[in-house]
Design a protein around this ligand. Structure first.
Ligand SMILES: O=C(O)CCC(=O)C(=O)O
Length: 227
């Protein structure tokens, strides 16, 4: 299928995504801090909690990305999860079409509408009610140019409006490619259908992926990380 470049929408609510960007200096400050985290990590795939590993990244995020998240989501927005993705030739993978339907919490409490639960590396994850996900926003800061060759994200505009679907029902009809420059920030609703292909080029594709919320979870559930 020929991939068509994404229209850089400013209609977050209806399209499920929108864009912003950092300056080249801001972007290279993030890239330097992320490279330290990558060099110190043994993970070849997504690095969990890069902000927990780097005071520099926490500082930069607070200064440059919180204002963007607060403008788009809520003045009360806070960070609930961070991940750092690359697609180097040595650890290259395709991500099938999905929605982001899990959140991380401090510990399990059985509450109606929350489940299934899972535990990996001592982290408790759960699928919350759709309304929790609808009130979240993901920021993906691109540290390298991304295109069809190095596994840029694919999204289906407007698909977040279908609510939380079973994986077999996540079938895109008009997927678009999120080609972008270094420094561009794709902001998307977690329920937007998305996927990415394997990289076929030697170019890196570092992305700092940050999830924000602005509401506490129903008592006694607590977000695992809350910055
Ligand atoms: O960065 C990617 O290629 C995919 C990441 C993703 O799909 C996710 O975090 O849900």
């Amino acid at each position: 299928m020929e991939l068509i470049d994404l229209y850089k929408s400013d209609r977050l609510e209806s399209d499920g995504y929108t864009w912003d960007r950092l300056t080249p200096d801001e972007t290279s400050a993030f890239a330097i801090a992320c490279d330290v985290v990558i060099a110190e990590s043994s993970s070849q795939f997504g690095i969990r909690d890069p902000l927990g590993r780097s005071a520099d990244l926490r500082f930069l995020t607070e200064r440059f990305l919180y204002p963007i998240a607060r403008r788009q989501l809520s003045s009360r927005a806070f960070l609930v999860r961070s991940t750092l993705f690359d697609k180097p030739q040595t650890a290259n993978w395709a991500v099938p079409w999905h929605q982001d339907v899990t959140i991380e919490v401090v510990e399990r409490h059985d509450i109606a509408g929350f489940g299934p639960w899972s535990m990996k590396d001592d982290i408790v994850s759960v699928q919350p009610l759709a309304k929790v996900l609808q009130n979240m926003l993901t920021l993906r800061l691109h540290l390298d140019p991304a295109d069809a060759e190095n596994g840029a994200l694919l999204v289906e505009p407007g698909s977040h409006l279908h609510g939380k679907l079973r994986i077999q029902d996540i079938v895109p009809t008009e997927p678009l490619l999120c080609s972008c420059e270094a420094g561009e920030i794709l902001m998307m609703k977690p329920l937007l259908f998305h996927a990415s292909n394997r990289s076929t080029s030697g170019h890196p594709r570092r992305v700092l992926h940050l999830d924000f919320a602005y509401e506490q979870l129903p008592h006694p559930l607590v977000w695992r990380s809350q910055g």
